[in-house]
Design a protein around this ligand. Structure first.
Ligand SMILES: NC(=O)c1ccc[n+]([C@@H]2O[C@H](COP(=O)([O-])OP(=O)(O)OC[C@H]3O[C@@H](n4cnc5c(N)ncnc54)[C@H](O)[C@@H]3O)[C@@H](O)[C@H]2O)c1
Length: 357
């Protein structure tokens, strides 16, 4: 049976991966990518979308008029946002709230009007910074890790679960996402919308236009590739801060499963990430980037921590595994992720040089 799927932010990193991936898997589905092309580099995806038959609509989710043309949709995948954790800290807050919260409400209204189920890409950044920073950790040779002797619920060496306490500050970005989650839950309960909330850790891979405040893995590889400069910021300036990461192709596999098993996931909020098995510290990433590119660059230490930064984040995906009985597991490890991203950089060097460098 055919389906009509609107992907907002469809020319962005995640949005284009989902749009193109779903169209290639299900050629008879109508896939529409809506984007305001605000993110630098998103314009490079337009020809890729066109080539596989994804329809592109130049529109802005902040403007309800831009959404009027849709009358029937089966799914809305909301992948449009300002995804930077630094947004609003040294800049006005309202643009962030309008895009990330006002935009979500407009998409929820659209879902209700068109009969669509709503799949939301939330973030691990909804977990409060102070609580994460208070977690007990150990310092190993190349990375920090959480240990199993925690005084806070919902955290262990395996990562953070959905039970982690939510009181406290989490950045303006994280707050716009948590506020969106709360509203989505109300639309599910009180308006009968089918909804899924994916709390994603770091996502990466080809077509991510990595920059200093968002997309660290691609930024790191690009600076090695184009021989730029980098800094280990904060936590002693050694690069031991650690994250789990998920290849965008693995996220595509999960969203594909969610679309085709809606009742299994309806009204669920779950952590989604690569987990401890697919994690890296900046120091370890440097070694991988040096191996892959053959280049060594200057990485200066900056001792002072950056605002809203965290030492460690790892997603514990036990809840997701229970919901779907283990039907999904990330397949691509960190080396495969870097290799895929490197191949993309080589193939698109001319276009990417100014954007990533
Ligand atoms: N990349 C990650 O590591 C990560 C992690 C957790 C959650 N997320 C979430 O996943 C989603 C996608 O992130 P991404 O990494 O692809 O970011 P991205 O910046 O590459 O893509 C977002 C796209 O949305 C578009 N956009 C922004 N505001 C818009 C608006 N008002 N109307 C229409 N289009 C708009 C941008 O032009 C861009 O193409 C976001 O909601 C983000 O918060 C991303």
């Amino acid at each position: 049976m055919t389906k009509q799927i609107l992907i907002t932010g469809g020319a962005g990193f995640v949005g284009s991966t989902l749009s193109i991936g779903l169209k290639l898997r299900y050629p008879n589905y109508r896939i529409i990518a809506l984007d305001n092309l605000r993110r630098r580099g998103s314009e490079l995806n337009l020809s890729r979308l066109r080539e596989v038959g994804v329809e592109f609509v130049h529109g802005d989710i902040r403007n309800p008029e831009d959404l009027l043309e849709f009358t029937h949709l089966d799914y809305i995948l909301d992948a449009s946002a300002d995804p930077s954790v630094l947004s609003g800290i040294n800049s006005p807050v309202m643009p962030l709230i309008n895009a990330n919260l006002g935009g979500t409400v407009n998409c929820l209204e659209l879902a209700q009007r068109t009969g669509a189920a709503f799949i939301f890409l939330s973030t691990s950044r909804i977990y409060p910074i102070r609580n994460l920073e208070a977690a007990a950790f150990e310092e190993l040779e190349t990375r920090f890790i959480w240990n199993n002797y925690q005084n806070i619920r919902g955290i262990s060496s395996k990562g953070v679960t959905e039970d982690f306490p939510l009181e406290g500050s989490r950045s303006f970005y994280g707050t716009t996402k948590l506020a969106s989650e709360l509203l989505i839950t109300e639309y599910n309960e009180l308006k009968g919308l089918k909804t899924i909330i994916n709390r994603c850790g770091v996502i990466s891979g080809p077509w991510q236009m990595g920059k200093v405040d968002q997309g660290v893995l691609v930024l790191w590889l690009a600076r090695h590739y184009f021989k730029g400069e980098l800094a280990y910021i904060g936590y002693g300036g050694q690069g031991k801060q650690m994250r789990d990461v998920l290849h965008a192709d693995d996220l595509l596999n999960l969203i594909d499963h969610q679309i085709h098993n809606l009742e299994t996931y309806n009204n669920q909020t779950m952590n989604v990430g690569g987990g401890l098995e697919t994690s890296f510290s900046l120091m370890e990433l440097t070694t991988i980037c040096e191996e892959v590119t053959g280049n060594k660059i200057r990485i200066k230490p900056i001792l002072e921590n950056r605002a809203a930064d965290i030492r460690i984040y790892v997603s514990d995906c036990d809840k997701l595994n229970q919901i779907n009985n283990g039907a999904w597991k990330p397949k691509k490890d960190i080396k495969a992720l870097v290799a895929d991203t490197f191949a993309w950089m080589q193939a698109n060097e001319k276009n990417l040089k100014n954007i990533l460098n």
